[in-house]
Write a new protein. Sequence first.
Length: 190
Amino acid sequence: MPKTAFLPALLPALLPVLFLAATLGSAASAADFRLTSTSIAEGAQLAPDAVFAGFGCEGGNRSPDLAWTGAPEGTKSFAITAYDPDAPTGSGWWHWNVVNIPASVTGLDAGAGSGGEMPAGAVALKNDYGSAGFGGACPPPGEVHRYIFTVHALSAEKLDLPENASNALAGFMIGASTIATARITAVYNR
């Protein structure tokens, strides 16, 4: 019997191996996705510039610079979120939510979410303070809160969100299209 006759018989046994190899290959490319910043650092206290101006807090209310590299193949756009899971609301606090950032963009300058220049087509949603763009940290006195800055590589070129979409709806739509994420978690207390 020729050696090629065994190939059809082996194919069903090889399919799980081929699937695993493809999955690990995409996981490796997602692992190359990185987020960096000169304004914030993993586990470090946010600077006064990134603190809200109001609610008893005195800060610059300025979004940090963010840069990302290694977006996985198939990325058609990006979204950025900044979220405080420790806020005493029962649902956390959304400080920043930007969608429809073109795939050609690899970063945002400091202040871009605070009235600075955003990439063409990008849409900043209302934060939980009620204004579009970035809203800085302002935890209750005596509490240390985490601020998770995440860039999401998306498989959709554009998220079709209604005007005044809630952050929960945006989070659902972002999650449904996410290929990979890269994040920095900073902290703040006062």
